[in-house]
Design a protein around this ligand. Structure first.
Ligand code: NAG
Ligand code: NAG
Ligand code: NAG
Ligand code: NAG
Ligand code: NAG
Ligand code: CA
Length: 851
């Protein structure tokens, strides 16, 4: 393998992996939604009869509501009576003059109850000193204790009726902590008690986290052997509506806890259902390790480590879309204290503690690399993810890696650093909240006189193959391989001197960086550019008439008088015969046809597993492309790819079934594997025989025109996390030039020519038809579509024959835009790959399969 180069996620046209914790913005928008709901329900409640009110109260009781008038507060969702707002403060009390006894670890004991009663009264007394707040006081609860110094974990709840909502703004963190500090100033003693309070903390907390020792709050004791627990109802029938459960885990003094989730399947929207894990026994955001939701593939299990001997797991669900939930295993491990290391080998690697588990919070590590005097060091991160919510990655104010006075954080896919002499110190800091997967760093010593024998030396210290120099891709990470180049024949010379593959010209993406590759194809200043490239008068945009052949001038117009237009071959036609001006309206999660037909048959194109974008490289992840099929011919093994369009039908290329040998068109010669990950293990794949093979009647084996076939399976597939259909686009669907898509397959690896065992993926971009036809010497018909590699350094060929080219639409669904057909997809990165254009063949596929 050559150097696998990934892009910084920000580089990819600004698309980001979905961050799995709530950002402040997410929270706000969810509050906005909830406030709408609230408003609606308030109006309703005036209209309905008393009997119905009971239903509403139930409904309010389970729907989180918004927090008005205090936008800076943390996660606050309401579980209270209809019109009330709730404020909950949780935190820790550190106690002196008291010994920890085992009874404090168990809420059912007399000792636990007595001390808790005293502390709850103490909190109540303290809050009573503020008459404004105390007016709304509901209750104070102690949820548990931990040892060392005895720490009690508490929360207090206030209910503010909507008639007093102006008082909500009086609930500020400083007012509450100021009040509680009074308790300490008074010596922390209360008459008749045998302990003193040394310190107290409290912060605003999600009201859904208010468990009491008898409301789904479990107390677990970690030991040196693995123990487990699961979410309620796991795995079947799945977790109940509005679950609110917590698990307190304690380990021995001086130890830490490792928590591993063998299975994790929670609704894919963290606003609704989620698991939060804390490095504390109270759900305070400042000790939160992570918040997660979604269905995680087995290749990306969640594992977190505490900094001390306690951990809290909180599970919250709403009232829709229940999933299996999770199973978790916990074990006591030695605490990470000394992670400093001196490395003197000439090459090696090191990683953040517990990698690839999440690193623990509250940790500092130093790695000192020392190589012989006359050598220097280059360090490359094979993985780098030190991400926290709401952190400015330019100043790295929380967790970071520091090398030669430069701090790094966030998510980086190409990070390499070279030393100035023979030593390098790498520091790692994690603060008290939010941890992540961390990093894996690989280093080696090199001779500064001859840094890259036989290869090109980047300024970053990396070595890249000489063939990657001047190929239009940033393989070094700092562009040093693309400087001072003489452009090749199939390259375009940008005004700034860079050379780019010619097929990136006029694709509406600024590949040069200075716009020069898009300059000669842009429209005049009074003109507007259709997605097809045509220029029209600006005033013809959104005028109700289609002027672009692809109707892009009438798509996405706001305040459209009428979303329907006269039907043409470029307009989407609803089942009732009405045509829409919107482009690509099918399965975009918004009903556009009056008869709803655009959103019917949309169980397609979504990956059941949630995938992490940074799982880069060219190996696919398990379940990443659940519609990919491997076609095996007789005893020859993998021969072609195909895609799943329904339980019974696959789409592939006609040229996989040549007439040269009648056996190729015999369904009995083939076996299909769906849900296959590696060609070395068929055990978890669904294998099906073929019932029929139908090749397009106008397939031309010389020009590869109409290169499509549909295959009927003898038995239906069972859809699951790794077997799922993609969406077929409507004939009018547009995939504009410049759009980034993926091609997948077990096709030959460029270097060896042998097949890949693990499914490969490559990110490609759709190429301008005119540009492609020119590059391919006029052999591209209207039933073909071209794409070229987006990233450099890719070692896999562009999929394999019959396999799908898929593009993700903004709805999150994947649509098949092409079928791998022909072209020099291998090795020569400046040549495009050619695909059958699915939109042009859509009618025929529908005729044959009914899909
Ligand atoms: C606290 O809230 C609960 C539930 O809303 C209610 O039943 C109870 O009466 C309240 N207690 C006080 C002291 O306000
Ligand atoms: C959960 O709530 C949904 C609607 O909110 C309802 O359809 C479903 O029956 C509920 N499930 C259970 C187990 O109560
Ligand atoms: C890290 O080093 C170990 C030996 O110390 C080696 O087995 C392993 O392959 C290395 N990993 C990487 C990613 O280089
Ligand atoms: C790491 O090294 C720096 C000096 O380079 C030192 O100040 C610091 O204390 C070290 N940290 C640890 C945890 O050893
Ligand atoms: C495709 O390229 C041609 C010529 O290079 C240009 O005129 C046309 O506008 C481009 N099409 C698009 C969609 O940009
Ligand atoms: Ca952190």
């Amino acid at each position: 393998m050559g150097s696998v180069v990934e892009f910084h996620p920000e580089d990819r046209n600004g698309r980001h992996e979905r961050v799995t914790f709530l950002t402040e913005k997410d929270k706000m928008s969810s509050r906005k939604r909830h406030s709408l709901l609230l408003a609606l329900l308030v109006i309703l409640s005036f209209l309905v009869l008393a009997g119905v009110a009971a239903f509403l109260i139930w409904y309010f009781a389970v729907r989180p509501s918004e927090v008005r008038g205090n936008p800076q507060v943390g996660p606050t969702k309401d579980i209270s009576a209809p019109s009330d707002q709730v404020r909950v403060y949780s935190g820790q009390l550190v106690l002196d003059d008291i010994e920890y006894t085992d009874s404090l670890g168990s809420p059912k004991t007399q000792g636990f109850r007595e001390l808790s009663k005293n502390l709850q009264d103490l909190l109540r007394d303290t809050y009573s000193k503020d008459t404004v707040l105390f007016k709304y006081y509901n209750t104070s609860v102690i949820t548990g204790y931990s040892e060392g110094s005895v720490v009690a974990y508490h929360w207090t709840r206030f209910d503010i009726p909507s008639s007093n909502s102006e008082d909500l703004s009086k609930f500020t963190d400083s007012r509450v902590t100021g009040l509680l500090r009074r308790l300490i100033r008074q010596g922390g003693v209360r008459s008749g008690l045998s302990f003193t309070v040394r310190s107290i903390t409290a912060s605003l907390t999600d009201p859904r986290m208010t468990n009491t020792p008898d409301s789904c709050l479990y107390t677990l004791r970690a030991t040196g052997s693995k123990q487990s627990f699961t979410s309620p109802g796991y795995p079947s029938p799945g977790y109940p509506n509005k679950s609110r459960c917590q698990w307190q885990i304690r380990a021995s003094k001086g130890k830490a806890i490792q928590l591993f989730f063998p299975d994790f399947d929670v609704e894919d929207d963290c606003d609704n259902d989620f698991v939060s894990i804390y490095d504390s026994l109270s759900p305070e955001e400042k000790h939160q390790l992570t918040q997660q939701c979604g269905n995680r593939p087995p290749t990306n299990n969640l594992e977190v480590v505490s900094s001390g001997s306690v951990m809290l797991v909180s599970f919250i669900s709403d009232s829709s879309f229940q999933h299996p939930g999770f199973s978790a295993e916990y074990i006591e491990i030695p605490r990470n204290t000394a992670c400093d290391q001196v490395l003197t080998d000439q090459s090696g690697n090191f990683s953040s503690p517990h990698y690839p588990s999440f690193y623990p919070p509250n940790l500092d590590c130093n790695w000192t690399i020392k190589v012989p005097e006359n050598m220097k060091i280059r360090l490359k991160f094979a993985m780098f993810r030190v991400r926290e919510p709401n952190i400015d990655i330019s100043d790295c104010g929380k967790d970071y890696v520091e090398i030669m006075s430069q701090k790094y954080c966030g998510e980086r896919s190409l990070l390499a650093v070279a030393s100035t002499d023979n030593t390098m110190v790498v520091k790692f800091h994690s603060d008290e909240s939010f941890t992540d997967k961390g990093f894996l760093a690989v280093y080696n010593a090199y001779d500064p006189q001859n840094p890259c024998p036989g290869q090109f030396a980047c300024n970053t210290g990396l070595c890249v193959k000489t063939t990657l120099r001047c190929d239009g891709w940033n393989d070094c990470g700092d562009m040093s391989d693309e400087m001072d180049c003489k452009c090749g024949e199939d390259q375009f010379k940008c005004d700034n001197g860079l050379c780019k593959p010619k097929y990136w010209v006029c694709d509406q993406v600024n590949d040069c960086g200075d716009g020069s590759d898009e300059k000669s194809c842009s429209c005049g200043t009074d003109q507007w550019k259709c997605e097809s490239g045509l220029c029209i008068d600006k005033n013809k945009v959104c005028d109700g008439t289609q002027d672009c052949t692809d109707h892009s001038d009438e798509a996405s117009c706001s305040n459209q008088g009428s979303p329907t237009v006269a039907c043409t071959e470029f307009t989407y036609k609803c089942r009732n015969g009405v045509c829409l001006s919107k482009s690509n309206p099918e399965c975009d999660n918004s009903p556009d046809c009056a008869d709803g037909s655009d959103e019917q048959d949309c169980n397609c194109g979504k990956r059941p597993y949630k995938h992490n974008r940074i799982v880069g490289g060219t190996n696919a992840d398990v379940g990443e492309w659940p519609w990919q099929v491997s076609l095996h011919f007789k005893t020859s093994g993998h021969t072609c790819g195909a895609s799943i369009i329904s339980e019974r039908w696959l789409v592939s290329a006609a040229h996989c079934f040549p007439t040269s040998n009648s056996e190729y068109r015999n369904p009995g010669s083939w076996l299909t594997y769906s849900g296959l990950y590696t060609q070395l293990d068929y055990s978890s794949a669904e294998s099906r025989k073929l019932k029929s093979i139908t090749v397009h009647p106008n397939y031309n084996s010389f020009t590869f025109d109409n290169d499509v076939a549909v295959l009927e399976l003898s038995d239906p597939l069972e859809f699951c996390s790794t077997v799922y259909p993609l969406c077929l686009p409507d004939a009018t669907h547009t995939f504009p030039a410049g759009k980034s898509c993926f091609v997948t397959g077990w096709g030959a690896l460029a270097e060896s020519g042998s097949l890949a065992n693990i499914l490969q993926k490559a990110e490609v971009k759709i190429i301008n038809d005119t540009v492609c036809d020119t590059m391919m010497s006029g052999e591209v018909t209207s039933r073909m579509l071209c794409s070229g590699y987006l990233t450099g350094g890719v070692d896999a060929c562009q999929g394999d024959s019959g396999g799908p080219l898929v593009c993700q639409e903004s709805s999150g669904r994947w649509f098949q835009s092409g079928i791998v057909s022909w072209g020099d997809g291998c090795a020569r990165r400046n040549k495009p790959g050619v695909y059958s254009r699915v939109t042009q063949l859509r009618g025929w596929i529908k005729e044959q399969t009914g899909i």
